[in-house]
Design a protein. Sequence first.
Length: 121
Amino acid sequence: MKFRNFLLFGAITLFTTSCSNNSTDDLTGSFPLVEVAKYNENVKPIIDANCVSCHATSPINGASIPLVTYQQVKNAVLTGGLINRISRQNGDGDLMPLGGPRMPQNTINVIVQWEANGLLE
């Protein structure tokens, strides 16, 4: 009985301490935060690497809008919920990029900072 309780306690402890959505990927990324984020220098490379495969000039795979130009990405941030969609957690059906995985938090932070800086081109 003591051994069974010990195993149960160990399993519960392992389960509750190993489940987390924090990872080094959330803390690092190939797009480090900059002092002033600008579209051409900082945001466009992120969009090109993560979004344009579906959000091309002619969107595919169910994408509803293109994200090819500055104005399209700006509109997606202002009225299309782009930051909300990329900020969702893995497993959320509305997470972008479609099917995940979620972009590293540093990468998301660049786009959030770009909005906070006034969506500079």
